[in-house]
Design a protein around this ligand. Structure first.
Ligand SMILES: C[S@@+](CC[C@H](N)C(=O)[O-])C[C@H]1O[C@@H](n2cnc3c(N)ncnc32)[C@H](O)[C@@H]1O
Length: 268
């Protein structure tokens, strides 16, 4: 399997994550770097959070954005009016590009949805020129995603299947401490560095927080969508109570921390 990502609709993804990945993209670009004139590959573009942030950061010559899901390819094409942006369907594990054809290959919140994520790193390295930069970000679901952990911790108290979902969610590829940096080094990237990036996910209300998950988006949405109506009602109520934490419904803010990694392709 090439992708474990669960996509219902581009609009649903925007509500669940796109609005937050847009917040994360500028700090990823600061860490990974980008320069005028570069040709950049955005691997797993989704709805284009990184794709559209790149030309705001530098006067790049071209951005090639790929995604495995045709739903996202269409959404990004529809949203794009910049002729430097080219969007196509492709698999991160078998990139349809020549060796050394990009200055940079970047993946924002993608590698944890690629079961053979090491293959994707190898491909990103292959298509990046010597001296170019390969970079990636994944969420730290175990230690850095308290909003979603709240849902799974509550659900795991009420449903033993949720315990397995939580285990898979917390330890998706590249999420363990040191895993991504070791992987980058093992694929021959040099001067590999890792950092943590943090944003806040701000919700207006429980409905704002819960609606995309309740509609079946993302890994938690898939679990919630498969519950029978009795279990579903219990878990909805328990998650609402955890969100409200004894206060009236209203705005809440969760920190969200990601692992970010960058390395240089040798041979320049
Ligand atoms: C969480 S979304 C991130 C999207 C976007 N980069 C962002 O930050 O909003 C993960 C994306 O990775 C894509 N993806 C997962 N496996 C992939 C693969 N093997 N090749 C290409 N794209 C993949 C999914 O289709 C999805 O768009």
């Amino acid at each position: 399997m090439t992708s474990s990502f669960n996509v219902q609709s581009a609009a649903g993804y925007e509500q669940l994550m796109g609005r937050w990945s847009r917040r994360l993209a500028p700090s990823f670009i600061d860490f990974a770097g980008v320069a005028d004139g570069e040709r950049v590959l955005d691997v797993g573009c989704g709805t284009g959070s990184l794709t559209f942030a790149l030309p705001r950061a530098a006067d790049v010559s071209e951005i090639v954005a790929i995604d495995f899901s045709p739903v996202f390819v269409e959404a990004t094409i529809r949203a794009s009016s910049d002729p430097r942006i080219k969007v196509q369907q492709a698999d991160a594990c078998a990139l349809p590009f020549a060796d050394a054809s990009f200055d940079r290959a970047m993946a924002l919140l993608v590698l944890h949805f690629v079961p053979e994520s090491g293959k994707a790193v190898a491909e990103m390295r292959r298509v990046t020129r010597p001296g170019g930069v390969v970079s990636a970000v994944v969420w730290d679901h175990y230690g850095g995603m308290p909003g979603m952990r709240m849902v799974l911790d509550v659900a795991a108290m009420l449903d033993e299947k949720a315990d397995q979902v939580r285990s898979r969610y917390c330890f998706q590829p590249m999420m363990r401490p040191g895993e991504m940096i070791q992987n980058f080094a093992a694929h021959g990237l040099e001067r590999v560095e890792q950092t943590s990036l943090m944003i806040r996910m701000d919700y207006q209300s429980f409905e704002d927080f819960w609606q995309p998950i309740a509609a079946g988006e993302g890994p938690l949405g898939k679990y919630i969508g498969a519950l029978d109506s009795g279990q579903r009602a219990k878990i909805d109520a328990a998650v609402r109570a955890a969100y409200q934490a004894g206060q009236p419904d209203g705005p809440r803010s969760f920190a969200a921390v990601a692992w970010a990694c960058r390395g240089i392709v040798p041979g320049a």
